[in-house]
Design a protein around this ligand. Structure first.
Ligand SMILES: [Mn+2]
Length: 363
């Protein structure tokens, strides 16, 4: 994973995301799964380093008795530079990279793969799955794309890789395993039987994702039976993303209580709003500095937090040094004229430093 946008958390998530693959295979072994199905975007891009590839292969190698079937997605897309073309993958006896829509016979079932061959396919990816109603055995569709009309949020539409949910009714397959969405989602067929599911990512990849960090244990007794879908937690990292409104000095106590409540969360994003008097800014910063040592990652957005200069600070303070006194007067004058919030923050910052260190010089 590139982890773009994660900032300092990038390396943490990258490493743990590889480690937790182990949890998927471990669960498969514990639950006696016949095989493991990976539905694409196992790597975020095809140019991943060989070091990363070796780490993943090393994990696959820890469970050599579990057959793994891997359908590449739109990030690790099939083609001449596909990561799975590398020799190391060809040597993994228990790994099958699915490159065509030819059926794959697995223990107890037949797979109908729907490979992604273009990142902008407008045609239903499952279109080539045949009608299997009269064909014996359990049939499983494997695809990577967006289930049309079932988008996780109304303002998000990804029609680049459409998957038609009616493919269950059209083909009579028992189950359609999907990749692409990061959250776990399951969908019913026309008769209210859950036959389509996204496992979601095995490890959450960014702030704000819901129901991620899972794999699915899917059990199908025999053709036509309703699949039993159990979610298994495989992700190691816990995440929270919160907004916090600052009002006055009591807000700092509230914030402290908030931090106590989320003490065990690894990845914390906090957006600060409202107003905070200048004289409490240092206390806030100390609190945040300390909290950063508790969590694996603490990301604070404070662009919307307005630091106010209370009246008692408007009166000139005698630092016992004419240059410091002049600097303070100059900064306060600048602040009274400045309207740009970004510039105001810089001046307030300078004032805070001056008050803090200037007093130390004077005393
Ligand atoms: Mn994808």
């Amino acid at each position: 994973m590139k982890g773009g946008g994660l900032g300092e958390a990038g390396p943490i998530v990258r490493e743990i995301r590889i480690e937790s693959i182990l949890n998927v295979l471990k669960s498969a072994q514990e639950k006696n799964a016949d095989f493991v199905l990976l539905c694409g975007d196992i790597f975020e891009h095809n140019m991943v380093s060989q070091e990363t590839v070796k780490k993943v292969v090393a994990i696959f190698n820890q469970y050599p008795r579990i057959p793994i079937y891997l359908l590449p997605g739109n990030h690790d897309i099939l083609g001449s530079d596909c990561v799975y073309n590398r020799a190391i993958f060809q040597r993994l006896k228990h790994l099958t990279i699915i490159t065509t829509d030819d059926v794959v016979e697995v223990v107890g079932a037949t797979l109908h793969p729907c490979p992604v061959l273009s990142k902008v396919t407008a045609q239903d990816l499952t279109a080539r799955i045949p009608n299997v109603r009269e064909t014996d055995g359990i049939h499983i569709g494997v695809a990577h794309g967006s289930l049309v009309g079932k988008f996780p949020s109304s303002n998000w539409e990804d029609t680049a890789l459409p998957v038609d949910p009616s493919c269950i009714e059209r083909t009579g397959i028992d189950y359609l395993a999907l990749g692409h969405w990061h959250s776990h989602r399951a969908f019913d067929d026309d008769r209210g039987v859950p036959r389509i599911a996204y496992s979601g990512t095995h490890e959450q990849t960014k702030f704000g994702e819901d129901d991620a960090g899972k794999c699915l244990l899917v059990e199908i007794e025999k053709k036509g039976d309703p699949p039993k879908i159990d979610t298994i937690t495989t992700g190691k990292l816990t995440w929270t993303s919160d907004e916090f409104e600052m009002k006055d000095s009591s807000s700092l106590d509230e914030l402290k209580r908030h931090f106590e409540a989320i003490r065990d969360i690894d990845m914390v994003r906090l957006e600060l709003h409202g107003e905070l008097p200048l004289e409490l800014k240092e206390e806030l910063e100390n609190m945040l500095e300390f909290q950063a040592t508790i969590h694996k990652n603490l990301r604070v957005k404070s662009e919307s937090l307005n630091i106010t200069v209370p009246p008692e600070l408007e009166t000139p303070f005698d630092f016992g040094d004419p240059i410091l006194n002049q600097t303070e007067t100059y900064l306060k004058e600048s602040l009274s004229k400045e309207t740009d919030p970004g510039q105001r923050r810089i001046i307030v910052e300078a004032l805070a430093h001056l008050q803090r260190y200037g007093r130390e010089v004077g005393s």
